[in-house]
Design a binder for this molecule. Structure first.
Ligand code: SAM
Length: 446
């Protein structure tokens, strides 16, 4: 199998295959664009977005409702027509199915998968002789994907006839959902599930990956997954993506990877965080301030040009001060993120900037350079600093030299967010972070 000019598939010791770089890859290169075989919106997104292309209507634009079930919405006739080939097979039964206790007892993630399974089943059974070669190829690759670690699913949830033949195919498809079902997001906010067979077939996981995934929404067209390099990748090196958020606590990641994908991760981050003797208890509140100071100073000292080691392949943990791993305790990060989010919304900008800078240093320690979360957070921090400046100008309480420092901080984080998010590139809905960066650059005149 030769997927494209960037990637070749090679044997892997335990994971059947791995994707390897066929040529040297540059940071920011989009190395794969894979159209969705099928997607399903989260229940809360139904009626907000087009069920086919996921476009969010703007202004006076309205979505058209499917006249058969009144439960699917489209940008227009073109999107409806494209989905009708499969939707027509479940349209009449859809409302009875979603009202049934089988569907109602599922959580929203499982409900999304039930719709995903129903549409995928409708695509493959009976086989559609009119579908194009790309779709046939994607279906063939889908059935070649690995099954999950617990394939014994007897009654997968789906809308459609329950004859034994169909139930068996449904079970076969569902058994692959555990490790081949992507969470589709816009500006890093999840809103749908989707199956992208080629990407599934190619990429193994790492919590310290060299690539990340983004989704592009093109009105009237299907959703596509794009894989973007976040650092340069040498010829022959394995290409990896994260299957979950590397900032989750080690135990949570290990359990999820074992249960959903059937493997134990041996990436550099897991190896480092799993070191015997690493502090396991959360530091006392009285110790936190000093520890956060150490964290910020360590991250600042690691990079000569700015606070973050923006374009380095070096592990950030070499030489980490002994006391810092205590901050990897599962309770620490959510607490810090909550303080930043609450205080920046409440207008307590001094506290927000303080916690936000610590959070930025924490992300720089956990995520590889150019990881999109770093850029998103840097943008939030730049906006917070700018709001601080504006609020102080209005009340004119702080000396202007202090506000000069805050404005410099806004510029610094804006530059970081540009560096990361412009490399990540356009994705998701219109008017996202790239537009926010443009507006903030105008305000800050930089
Ligand atoms: C989406 S598939 C990836 C493609 C797979 N390597 C193949 O050849 O079909 C996910 C499966 O790959 C394997 N896998 C992915 N990342 C791995 C890793 N870091 N270590 C070991 N196995 C991994 C696991 O079996 C997992 O369930």
């Amino acid at each position: 199998m030769s997927p494209n000019e960037y990637i070749t598939l090679e044997p892997h010791r335990t994971a059947r295959n791995k994707a390897a770089a066929r040529v040297p890859i540059k940071s920011g290169d989009v190395i794969l664009s894979d159209s969705a075989l099928v997607t399903a919106l989260f229940p809360a997104e139904k009626g907000r977005r087009c069920d086919y292309c996921h476009h969010l209507p703007r202004g006076r634009d309205r979505l058209l409702k499917c006249s058969g079930c009144a439960a699917f919405w489209y940008c227009g006739v073109s999107c409806q027509r494209k989905q009708w080939r499969t939707h027509k097979k479940i349209c009449k039964q859809y409302n009875a199915y979603t009202a049934s206790s089988e569907y109602q007892t599922l959580d929203s993630r499982e409900q999304t998968d039930a719709v995903l399974l129903s549409h995928l089943l409708a695509q493959v059974h009976p086989p559609d002789s009119k579908s194009g070669p790309e779709s046939k190829d994607a279906i063939r690759i889908f059935f070649d994907l690995l099954k999950g670690s617990s394939p014994g699913i007897n009654n997968p949830p789906f809308c459609g006839d329950r004859d034994p033949n169909i139930s068996q195919i449904a079970g076969d498809i569902y058994s692959r959902f555990g490790n081949n079902n992507f969470v589709v997001h816009s500006h890093l906010t999840a809103y749908a599930h989707g199956v992208f067979p080629l990407a599934s077939r190619l990429f193994n996981h790492s919590c310290y990956p060299n690539c990340v995934v983004k989704y592009t929404i093109t009105p009237q067209d299907g959703v596509a997954m794009n894989v973007v390099a976040i650092r340069s990748i040498a010829y022959g090196e394995e290409i990896t993506v994260p299957y979950l958020d590397p900032a989750l606590p080690l135990e949570t990641r290990m359990n999820a990877l074992r249960m959903n994908y059937g493997f134990s991760c041996t990436c550099p981050l897991c190896t480092f965080q799993g070191r015997p003797g690493l502090t396991k208890s959360l530091p006392l509140a009285s110790e936190l301030g000093a520890l956060e100071d150490v964290l910020r100073k360590y991250v600042e000292s690691r990079s000569s040009d700015n606070q973050f080691n923006v374009d380095s392949n070096r592990h950030p943990w070499a030489g980490i001060p002994n006391q810092l791993p205590a901050l990897f305790h599962e309770a620490y990060l959510p607490q810090l993120a909550e303080t930043f989010s609450r205080t920046s919304h409440e207008g307590d900008y001094g506290t927000a900037l303080d916690s936000g800078r610590t959070l930025a240093a924490y992300y720089a320690l956990i995520y590889p350079s150019n990881y999109p979360q770093i850029g998103m957070h840097a943008l939030e921090l730049a906006k917070t600093a700018w709001n601080y400046v504006v609020s102080q100008e209005m009340s004119s309480t702080s000396p202007s030299s202090e506000m000069g420092d805050v404005e410099a901080c806004a510029r610094e984080y804006l530059a970081l967010s540009r560096q990361v998010l412009e490399r990540f590139g356009p994705e998701g809905d219109e008017d996202g972070p790239l537009e926010e960066i443009r507006v903030l650059r105008e305000l800050l005149q930089c």
